[in-house]
Design a protein around this ligand. Sequence first.
Ligand code: NAD
Length: 299
Amino acid sequence: SKTPVGFIGLGNMGNPMAKNLIKHGYPLILYDVFPDVCKEFKEAGEQVASSPADVAEKADRIITMLPSSMNSIEVYSGANGILKKVKKGSLLIDSSTIDPSVSKELAKEVEKMGAVFMDAPVSGGVGAARSGNLTFMVGGVENEFAAAQELLGCMGSNVLYCGAVGSGQSAKICNNMLLAISMIGTAEAMNLGIRSGLDPKLLAKILNMSSGRCWSSDTYNPVPGVMDGVPSSNNYQGGFGTTLMAKDLGLAQDSATSTKTPILLGSVAHQIYRMMCSKGYSKKDFSSVFQYLREEETF
Ligand code: NAD
């Protein structure tokens, strides 16, 4: 039988990802600050730990799936963090989308303890997390990549090595900036069509057969009722929170500044998602930008 794997952060993404590891025969040691989310795993016979340090004591391979940089710092370097108990030779994989400079900093601290850190943010959304079809973008020491691949391959169909630690985050930030822009674009186009009298399902079908087609239009359409099984058809619950998208666009701003790169549309997208956060959309899925635009009528 396989040795247990630690999993910290069982939210919208972590929950289905952990389930896929279980399906592949890995016993898990779980932890989340919000204990309710561990309940169903406990009932299914998995072990729940009392802190990230406790996870590190019981498992020498750990995956973390947390909201943002602050949470990763807490889970690794905090008072009851992984680093307090990490065993030499452990493999620590952070799949959260965070600031690449934080990934580099954590990697240094982990290395001091004789363990290995890799950043491995994901793309694909909750649908791909459930079906085990995520894309992982991995940064870290190349000769540790195969060990990471063994676990990540249980949760994703594409596991790509990007380069030194932090480079997975850099790739992910580019993807999410493009996703934010395409989601706002899709929402605008759909809203314009609906206001022009077109049936939303028909319009989506046409876009998806035409040159405007994108993931936001054909896999994650933001208009309620156009597709089943996506957040827009479930009152924008679950999925990828607007605050998380605003965070990723902030990371894009940071890397644009440090690399002296113009990101005009990325900046506008950032402001739109920040405004949504202050107008009651923070916990809704980011495709609720459609609902936000619906509330606006211009002269
Ligand atoms: P989420 O908010 O649904 O889940 C995060 C979980 O982490 C929560 O259960 C929370 O209680 C837990 N947590 C927070 N701080 C903690 C701590 N200190 N110790 C232990 N647990 C802690 O977020 P999510 O949607 O699952 O996203 C996780 C990460 O993946 C984010 O960085 C996000 O940007 C990225 N991501 C999300 C999606 C998506 O579609 N949801 C897709 C790709 C990438």
